[in-house]
Every structure is written in C-alpha cells, then in structure tokens.
Design a protein around this ligand. Sequence first.
Ligand SMILES: [Zn+2]
Length: 290
Amino acid sequence: MKKVPISLIIDDGSPFCDITEFCDIIKAYGVKGKYSVIPMPSCKGDIINGVEGIPEEQLRGWIEKVKTDIMPVFDICPEILTHSNAYDIETGGFFEQDEKHWVDAQTRETLTPYIALAIKLLHKAELTPTGVTSPWDAGIGCEEEYGYAIAGAFDRVLGVKKSWYFLHTNSTNLGNEPKVVIRDGDRIVISVSSTVRDYFWQTMECEESSDEYVNSIADLYITADGKSGQIIEEIKIGSPIVMLTHVQSLDSCGRRTGMKAFRLVCERIDKYLKDKVEWIDFTALIKDLN
Ligand SMILES: [Zn+2]
C-alpha cells in the first residue's frame, strides 16, 4: 500500500525562540514539513541588520541552526514581514494596522514589493524560501490578489515560477489537498491547507504539567496504543496529512508541555505508522502539481 504523506507546519519562528530541542526531535524521528521565519520580528529590526533584544552572535547562531538543522528537511518561508504592525516600505516606519488588516485591503501592486522584501531578507540570510505563510489569516480578504502577488514576488526576487502559500486551516484532510490556485503565464501558486488542528496550542492556557496531561494532548493525535486519534482517522482518508503547530504551542509559556507532547506524537508515529505514513517537506508535497 502507498504510504500517506505527512507534513508538519511550524508557524511563528523567529530568533526569539530556542530551537534546540525541536531540532533534536525532528532529527530523531525524521520529521519534515515547513518552517516559518519572521524576517522583521515584532517590528524590532530584521534578521540581516539585527533584531532589538537579541545579541548579534545569538542571531547568527540561530540562523545557522535553522540553516543546518531545519532547512534540509523543512521548506522555509517568511510569515510575511513583521507578524505585527505592517511595514511602510516607502518611509521605513510602521502602519497603525497589523499585517492582517493591512494586507486584506491591498492589491497585487502593493503586495508584490512587500512580499518581495520578505523573500529578499530570507534569501540574504541564506534561508531561501519556497513559499509564504500568512500571519493570522492575512490575505483572506483579497486572496486572488495575494496569490498573484506571491507569484510575482518569487519571480522577481528569485526567478522562481512555482511557489505556495499557507493561509487556510482545516481540521480534516477530506477534500483539503494542496491545490493550484493561481496560474499567471508560466507561474503557478499552490494553496496548502493544514488538516489537523494545533492541539498543542492549549498547553499555553493550562498550567498542568503532569505526564497524564502531556499524554492526553498526544492522544488527540495518536493514542499510546497507536489505534486512535486524528492522525489515525486521516490515514483512513488517505490524502496528505498536514499537521499545524506554532513555536509558542511547543514552548507552552516556558513549561514546554507542548514540546513533550510533540515528542510523544513523533515517537508514536515512528513506532506504529512507519509502514503507513511518510514524512515529507512542502516541496515534495506539491511536487506533482503543475
Ligand atoms: Zn503566525
């Protein structure tokens, strides 16, 4: 039987997060997917010229670790520019509006240079992206313009004709396969949705840190006997499984209960599903779409 592709989305990555343990887990269990890097995190500078509150050496070390430990197995993408107030390309200042509200009111003319800047910053850091992630659900109000802007930005900066975006979150893989949404001359853009909710997210709101609690979170994905959970349900449907989580969901406000549950999920997938699923990155996920 053909293995079901499984991919992991990590959102909100920035030099403000420690990726050591995450890197250990993905290496141990062969996890693949896509990883967001916010190029101008929280409007505090950028990953090329320096980020306020992060010593230069730490910033370089973080970029290097993303490059050597994550990038070989995860596609990298900007989560547009700031994941905070929108950046004013003309003045170098910031708008009152956050990126979600700003993006939703734009056209491809204004979005293309904005997205191009995000791609440029990552490329300059040698974290060359292959797609874009929406901060919140930015772009939902102007999805076609947003898609054309992504196509134009990748072509303009990298000469790349095929790219993708992650904007839509779903809670099933039934009917939610990656699909081509923009065809613009020889350019195509693919929309990739998540198919599994971020159950690790709730660890931020719960102070409980017992093994039972951690187990109960992992069980939502795959139980300790490997027989039930959302991943088991999605294997039965058979189309690609796209898990979603966020760096803060794994950090759990410093308690790291999300990271423990994530480790358990990876361990269980490895133990029970080796013959049924295959971890792949986003490039492999969209390989056959053209
Ligand atoms: Zn985000």
